[in-house]
Design a protein around this ligand. Structure first.
Ligand SMILES: [Mn+2]
Length: 354
């Protein structure tokens, strides 16, 4: 595996590449062209500039998170082929630039959902939290306000203002899309992009839905073991794979993550590893990465990845805000650096004892 950290680009991120370079054991970053909207063309020059900037800092560009999917593709709208062509074009350019892993998601309307971005924890740190009872009492149109008010001026991935101003329109687009249709639309998309992935050896890594159940009545299909297996079964092509995100799958305490890892062996192309603390049904907060701080057994998760022969990029996922750092919620340097060091430590121990 290659330990990485997510980096949003210098116009958006409070963390610098020079800082990431000093986190021991972190050799690459996962980045994106953060200003690109779904359906927009990624220019060769912009991709090359991003790669050069990262390499000049002594790091590698280990993959892209994300190249977002246009809603016409997810809903199976009549104009979806036009957007798939654009997507293929972008994959082709990424492949030509030597990039071999692309993360994406297939979530309708909302990307990841949290109800609090800076919940105070007993140790004085703040973290992102979720409470289903708040979601149940809120109008989906108010979600953007809720996120924006708490984002400290940072643009939150998946909560871009351009997108959120269109929530009513988006809900209308998904009116007739149920789980079956979403699976069909995903299969159509996968079948069309696999040839370019074969040509350039690009691993596509779909990110699980977060949280791993339906929110606001919208269908969600990347939520647990059975659905992930059904999803992988949409194509036998090895390039069709998943991002194993413990924080997303772990929102449902019924999800046995080591068992999911074993079931997806060979098709996990990217891993997000973080811990959550469940406080009540439908209620959780993001913990520090260590097993002792949350509800998950991080050793068992890393061991399962090791046993499955995982060799893709991995990153500590969201961290808490600690030591007074002001950063994009979930994406400060300090707690993610602690997470990377911890995960590297677990990996070293597992490797030496195997
Ligand atoms: Mn994730």
């Amino acid at each position: 595996m290659q330990m990485t950290m997510r980096w949003f680009g210098k116009a958006y991120d409070s963390v610098t590449l020079a800082q990431i370079r000093q986190v021991p054991g972190v050799t690459g970053v996962i980045s994106t062209l953060y200003n690109k909207l779904p359906g927009e063309v990624w220019e060769q020059e912009a991709i090359a500039a991003l790669k050069q900037e990262i390499e000049a800092a002594g790091l590698s560009l280990a993959g892209i998170e994300s190249v977002n999917i246009h809603d016409a593709i997810k809903t199976g709208a009549p104009d979806r082929d036009k957007y798939i062509d654009t997507y293929i074009n972008t994959l082709e350019r990424l492949g030509q630039a030597g990039i071999h892993m692309v993360c994406y998601n297939f979530m309708p309307v909302f990307d990841w959902t949290r109800t609090e971005l800076a919940k105070l924890r007993p140790d004085g740190s703040t973290t992102m939290a979720y409470d289903q009872s708040i979601i149940d009492s809120i109008d989906p149109n108010d979600m953007s306000g809720l996120i924006e008010r708490q984002s400290k001026g940072f643009v939150m991935a998946g909560w871009e203002p351009e997108r959120l101003s269109r929530i009513k329109e988006l809900f209308a687009m998904y009116k007739d899309v149920d789980e079956t249709r979403l699976f069909e639309n995903m299969k159509y998309f996968i079948d069309r992009i696999m040839p370019v992935c074969d040509k350039y050896n690009i691993n596509m890594a779909i990110h699980p839905d977060d949280p791993s159940w339906s929110v606001f009545g919208l269908p969600r299909i990347v939520t647990g073991k059975e659905k992930l297996q059904r999803l992988i079964g949409l194509s036998n092509n090895i390039h069709h794979g998943v991002t194993l995100c413990t924080g997303s799958l772990g929102t449902n305490p019924q999800n046995d993550i080591p068992a999911i890892i074993a079931a997806l062996k060979g098709r996990i192309h990217f891993a997000h590893v973080r811990n959550l603390l469940h406080t009540a049904p439908g209620k959780f907060e993001e913990a520090a990465h260590l097993s002792c701080d949350g509800s998950m057994d991080m050793f068992a998760i890393m061991k399962a990845l090791y046993d499955a022969g995982f060799d893709g990029p991995i990153r500590p996922d969201h961290g808490r805000a600690i030591w007074g750092e002001v950063a994009m919620p979930g994406y400060g340097l300090y707690d993610r650096a602690l997470g990377a060091a911890y995960l590297n430590g677990l990996w070293e121990a597992i490797k030496k004892m195997s």
